[in-house]
Design a protein around this ligand. Sequence first.
Ligand code: PMT
Length: 235
Amino acid sequence: AVPRDLEGVRVVVTAGGTREPLDPVRFLGNRSSGKQGYALARLAAQRGAEVTLIAAASTGLPDPPAVRVERIGTASELQSAVDAAAQDAEVVIMAAAVADFRPATRADAKMKKGAASEPDSVALTRNPDILKGLVTRRGAGGLPATRVIVGFAAETGDADGDALHHGRAKLARKGCDLLVVNTVGDDRTFGLDSNDGWLLSADGSERAIEHGSKSLMSTRILDSVTALLGDGHCR
Ligand code: PMT
């Protein structure tokens, strides 16, 4: 049976890949399907949490039962939604694949081949780091309810080698409480029903997560979240 160990805990989960428009018909995007974030949201609700799922509109997945779903398109929309929802959430889990860059300009009309305005390159602007922003705001006392912030690291390369190494550096950079390291690339994780990886804690502990369903991965992640909440964890 699923434990009700998150009864009444307010949890925000993000899922899916943001899309950054170039013009009304084209965008820069990524291959996240949203499945990992949805699995987390579904399980957190089953464990008793009040869940807000902020999901990329592109996911096309059915709303999980008993979960409030907000849909966003771009990283900037995701940031506004997360910042608002985090205001009274104890737990924030950033499983969304957020575009680090967006086109510097968005054309109002479809860009045409052969037109005088045909671009020969795309200038990019850096998007805000939403996860880092949450950690900074909490540190400054701006998120009084928020006790656990979970980030993800989507890394290419070997799970026990490069990916873990990059994950450790990312945990230090982002300053979140838990970081889930998983590997992505051709035929890995994106869009699949299974996942595996590592769970790194700010206290230096590291735990391998065995290969299994995204639901099993969610169980391992939420077990660590409840352990931190049970410890009275507060930074
Ligand atoms: O959706 P699926 O097909 O099921 O695939 C799941 C997944 C691989 C997308 C998921 O498990 C995952 O790893 N999500 C995070 C993807 C990602 O953006 O990783 P990153 O290493 O680029 O970012 C690190 C962390 O910072 C993430 O928590 C991300 O949400 C956050 N971030 C990144 C960039 C940015 N501008 N703002 C952020 O908050």
